[in-house]
Write a protein that binds this ligand. Structure first.
Ligand code: CUA
Length: 321
């Protein structure tokens, strides 16, 4: 694939099976565009000079049509557009049709985080994949349309609430890559990123075993800190006191906080648990009811770990207004 090999200058290095095809089609379209640009703009300049207004120029009746010319400028672009269509269509079908032996990962998007569920039940905010093995993504959204976009793999597919979409790739170079959301989905759209980690040969299974046993080997506070990042809380809740989309977790445990209906609530274990499972029940004053529910998505011990972590972020449990 000589074209793909030279593509490093314009795009991130192609590191998946389908990337070469996408790049070759792109350069084919680019070459056609350059040739037609030269022909059209070149002819325009020639005509500007040749037919510029002059005193000695006689006004001539405009010519009738030219059959040969019209057929040529219809058939040639028609054929080129046909080639582009079928090339792109075949690449698209390839991208949709995962090989039978693919490793399957469930992808869930919500405002504004990604979560990836592995066959053993482990949930992560990073997309970890084995190298040189086809990976099928079965994807859905909890709220609005998001779009999974991994430039290094030349991969992009929408996630739609209420249905599943699928795509797949096979990564050939170990390393870290970035996954973007490519569909505007609200205020934090531009921060809806995730890391893609392509594990070198043999290391993926070890990683998955260790990751799944996190809660068994750590204290609740340590596990809570990891879950805070891994399960996407970090997108909307700071731990440094800054208000983001949601309230900060710093020095909040044990305090009394005003709600949108004017009443007060004590931020204790019950309030945090309720806010995770039924986020719309009691909204803190000054914030919008935008948090998605984690009902059925966090185990009880995971919620307990998150509570322990939020507790650990409070230097004092005295009520501060
Ligand atoms: Cu999700 Cu943009």
């Amino acid at each position: 694939m000589p074209l793909a090999a030279s593509s490093g200058s314009l795009f991130p290095k192609p590191t998946s099976t389908t990337a070469g095809d996408v790049d070759e089609l792109f350069y084919f379209i680019l070459a056609i565009s350059v040739v037609f640009f030269a022909i059209i703009v070149g002819a325009m300049f020639v005509f500007i000079v040749k037919y510029r207004q002059r005193d000695d120029l006689e006004i001539q009746p405009s010519p009738d049509h030219n059959n040969v010319l019209e057929i040529v400028w219809t058939v040639i672009p028609g054929l080129l557009v046909g080639v582009i269509f079928f090339w792109g269509f075949i690449s698209y079908l390839d991208m949709r049709q995962a090989p039978d032996n693919s490793y399957e990962i469930q992808v869930t998007a919500k405002k504004w985080s990604w979560s990836f569920t592995y066959p053993n039940g482990h949930v992560d905010n990073k997309l970890h994949v084995p190298i040189d093995r086809p990976v099928k993504l079965v994807m859905s959204s909890d709220d609005v349309i998001h779009s999974l976009y991994i430039p290094a793999f030349r991969l992009k597919m929408d996630l739609i609430p209420g249905r599943y979409s699928t795509t797949w790739f096979e990564a050939h170079t170990a390393g870290d890559y970035t996954l973007f959301c490519a569909e505007y989905c609200g205020t934090q759209h531009s921060t809806m990123l995730a890391k893609v980690v392509v594990h070198p040969s043999g290391e993926f299974d070890t990683w998955l075993d260790n990751a799944a046993n996190l809660l068994k080997t750590m204290t609740p506070v340590e596990a809570g800190e990891i879950l805070y990042t891994r399960r996407g809380c970090v997108q909307c809740h700071s731990i440094d006191g800054a208000a983001k989309v949601g309230p900060t977790f710093l020095n909040v445990f044990g305090t009394q906080q005003p709600l949108t209906d004017g009443s007060m609530v004590e931020v204790d274990e019950n309030y945090i648990r309720e806010s995770i499972l039924e986020p719309q029940a009691k909204i803190r004053a000054g914030y919008k009811p935008v948090m998605p529910t984690y009902q059925g998505q966090l185990k009880d011990e995971e919620i307990a770990a998150l509570i322990a972590y939020i507790k650990s972020l409070s230097t004092t449990n005295e009520a501060t207004p």
